[in-house]
Design a protein. Structure first.
Length: 385
């Protein structure tokens, strides 16, 4: 009996894989069309992330655009924190054949010069937020170590990411007021990540219900006038390192300086896990140890309204139907009910200060993303909860 006959008896339809414009480029990594990835894991994703801030507590905006090839979905979000307002615009559509198409309704990303210059746009909608911004990398894009994590029997994270600090030029319009964005003070960081991580509608938990539920995380890309430090760490409920990296990166393209194992000592507001300040300690094998003080000065709750998992009706990769869907969500943190929603991962504008005159360049103070979450049991919490 032929394979084709067995296939027919199993009543499994056969279908030719659709081509897309990307297939005309000599970039294939597997015997598949470019629309299809090499794993059937539903949680495969490919995403842009950007943040924008004025090196102050004036405003911070986070932007994400992601594709989910095995779910057939592409979506995007932008969230801005300005004063007490937490404003989100989000959009979703079917992915279709062409993964080169980075538009999601009013959102789009244009790669002007790969790894150096990009344009990110949110056209005007009824939701009171729009922007047209050009990103210029301040340092070479830097590849982070692989992020791999297995919980019980399931691979939950298996991804790679590049990181870069940079500067912005353009405009942001919030509630009818347009802000001129100039590179002298509007800085930020971005990443491009791809691989496997939880997305879409929830799956049956199975043995995952036994997981301790810890997510102890710090991501701190900090930018100074003439260099940047990229620091990342994750620990489990025992305090064991699952992921770590600390490098100092210079604009001239020299090899990044390895800064050893980063140590993270946060101080929390009483009775909470909200970081007030933190000390980051680095011990480069070929140099003197030094410390940097991190102070979050404007928190943005990344997970609120954006698709990272808190709302049951809008999650990254969740199918929203055959037609484009665009939504807006606004919260006012002066209202108790809205303030109570601000939970989960925090992406804050961080002020970073070298301690004891240890800076290697001209400026001891910089700014950047201070992203953290302390969920579940961890040795640093006496209540272990």
């Amino acid at each position: 009996m032929s394979f084709e006959h067995v296939w027919t008896l199993m009543n499994i339809p056969t279908q030719a894989a659709p081509l897309s414009p990307l297939d005309d480029y000599p970039i294939h990594q597997a015997p598949e069309v470019m629309r299809h990835v090499t794993t059937s894991d539903r949680n495969f994703y490919d995403r842009y992330y950007f943040n924008v801030h004025g090196c102050s507590d004036e405003l911070m905006m986070l932007i994400g655009v992601g594709q989910y090839p095995n779910l057939g979905v592409m979506d995007a979000f932008a969230v801005v924190r300005r004063g007490p307002l937490h404003k989100v615009v989000r959009a979703s559509r079917e992915l279709g054949n062409d993964r080169m198409d980075t538009t999601v309704g009013p959102f789009r990303v244009e790669v002007i010069e790969g790894l150096k210059r990009l344009r990110v746009v949110l056209d005007e909608t009824e939701h009171g937020l729009s922007f047209d911004l050009t990103w210029d990398g301040a340092i070479p894009a830097t590849l982070e170590p692989p992020h791999y994590l297995r919980w019980q029997e399931r691979v939950v994270f298996d991804s790679r990411r590049l990181a870069q600090t940079g500067r912005w030029t353009g405009t942001i319009t919030v509630e009818g007021e347009t802000i001129d964005v100039t590179p002298d003070r509007w800085w930020g960081s971005r990443d491009r990540s791809w691989g496997i991580r939880p997305v879409g509608e929830p799956e049956p938990p199975g043995i995952q219900v036994k997981n301790a539920g810890t997510f102890y995380w710090l991501y701190a890309p900090m930018q100074f006038e003439d260099h940047s430090i990229l620091c990342i760490l994750q620990e489990d409920e025992k305090g064991r390192r699952l992921l770590e990296e600390a490098v100092r990166v210079w604009p001239d393209g020299r090899e990044p300086e390895y800064l050893g194992r980063p140590e993270y000592r946060p101080e929390y507001a009483e009775g909470t896990r909200d970081v007030v300040t933190a000390t980051l300690r680095f011990a480069p094998p070929a140099g003197e140890p030094f410390e940097v003080r991190a102070t979050p000065i404007l928190p943005v709750h990344l997970m609120v309204g954006t698709g990272y998992g808190l709302e049951p009706d809008w999650k990254h990769g969740m199918y929203q139907g055959p037609d484009l869907k665009v939504q807006g969500v606004t919260y006012d943190t002066r209202k108790p009910d809205d303030a109570a929603r601000m939970w989960g991962m925090v992406d804050a504008v961080g002020r970073y200060e070298y301690l004891d005159g240890a800076e290697p360049g001209d400026a001891a103070t910089g700014h950047g993303l201070f992203e953290y979450w302390a969920l579940g049991p961890h040795p640093s919490f006496p209540e272990n909860g």
